[in-house]
Design a binder for this molecule. Sequence first.
Ligand code: EPZ
Length: 416
Amino acid sequence: MDKLIVTGPCTLDGRVRISRAKNAYLPILAAVLLSDKPIHLKNIPELQDIKTMIKLLSNLGVKVEKKGEFTTFDASQLNSHEATYDLVKTMRASIFVLGPLLARMKKAKVSLPGGCAIGTRPIDLHLTNLEKLGCVINLKSGYVEAQVEKMKGVHLTLAFPSVGATENLMMASVFTDGVTVIENAALEPEIDDLAHFLNAMGAKISGIGTKAITITGVMSFHEVSYEAIGDRIEASTYLMAALATGSKITIEGVNPRHLDFVIETLVQMGAEIETTEDSIAVSGKNLKGCNIDTAPFPGFPTDAQAQLIALCTLVKGTSVITENIFENRFMHVPELIRLGANITLKGKSAIIEGGTDLTAAPVMCTDLRASAALIIAALATKGETEIQRVYHLDRGYEKLEEKLTKLGAKIKRVKG
Ligand code: EPZ
């Protein structure tokens, strides 16, 4: 297993281009299954989760061809409706193929994703609402076995604004012979991006960006080229890395509106932030702590919680960060404590006494965003910090060493 050696403390300087969003492209890739026409996607990030999803599509019969910035997908001849456990167990987002397979092939056999490090992450909201659309669903030997005669347009209300459930149900509804409304839909920017992509293919989706999304069924799709939005969580990570090291950097290729709450939080902590429509310049020293609750969009994103805790460890003052979305998303805390952080966990909250000088020690990645927290801390830590099990990081951060080295960090990968 590879590890990273980060030599700190360092300061960062310059500009970094943010990759296209992992959490936008994963459902968009699943939506490829809906169409029998060519689909050209631009600047798909080279991430492990993306590779897994593309492998899953190939296993279902999708032809994939990369040509420069574009990757062309041809799903005209699907030869399977089964997403097997060996792939699904490595990436929960594989469940996104359930809706498109049912819409296109009227049947699907998808392994239950199982839990993951950050929580049990059930899919009850996906399944109960697919049944309301007319699907017959059975759970057998760890698989979801589903089929449908004719998907019918219905009025759905999500008990919780689940990102994945909203996306799966939106994709499942594009070919009904009626109108489907998803109430209490998730508002994350990646939902809007998927809806724009589906409409670009010929779907009829309205209410985008609101809590009530309306999908009017259509008969078929046409050829399309598309590029997803910038990754707001990667952007948040670089902003916090800059502030953790007292640096001034500019990040490009992301819509600041997609991380409004993160920006507002950092400004409240004392950061100076200037934005254009697709860039964010950040600087700031002598920051102070914050009190934050994670929440569905537009609230503070759970995917930036670990990175914020790493930053709060370094700034003066006490911070309280409460995780409301997942039940086990503080695994970065014991690792940060190994570096000398002063953090106490109390129920769903982490209480951080900041202003600590961290000292290098071997630490271990436990999940994707926890890994990003360790990188942020290591950049500000005196000495060589060894970060183990970086395969977690490779799932969601494209060319991380290259981007950080270009900004002036001292970071190297040791193949293991
Ligand atoms: C998406 O996961 C993201 N993943 C996650 O990002 C992100 O943390 C999460 O949304 C919340 O923003 C992708 O987009 C690929 P949810 P998802 O359904 O769809 C519960 C990362 O780091 N729930 O909104 O799984 C669930 O247990 C990843 O990039 C049910 O109870 O999130 C959780 O507590 C991590 N039943 C909460 O809702 C369901 O049927 C939020 O889950 C579905 C969800």
